[in-house]
Ligand binder design. Sequence first.
Ligand SMILES: [Zn+2]
Length: 111
Amino acid sequence: MILAKNNYKTLVRSVEWQAPIEKQKELLSMRVQVEEIKKKKESCHNRFEWKKKKPTDLNKVKQVNDKEYHWCPKHALWILHKPEECKLAEPKEETNRSNTGENKWRLANSG
Ligand SMILES: [Zn+2]
């Protein structure tokens, strides 16, 4: 009855290892959940990466999810408005205006 003895041994061994295996499974499922969250975050991040890629043809229109995207040089992004419809203030104009204002103030107070 060597065969029966061996079966008994393997049975005992499997019972002995049951607890750690359960714990391992628990840890593994936790790890899988963490990995899934990481993957979701990455895919969300990658979903918007294309918006930063400047096209060679700036007048090109991109169709994504039934929406038309235009390259906006002010935003430096692919965006739903046309560049000429952009409401973002030109940063250069802003600094020029404040500079001339400061120069006027200086001139008025220099004499
Ligand atoms: Zn814009």
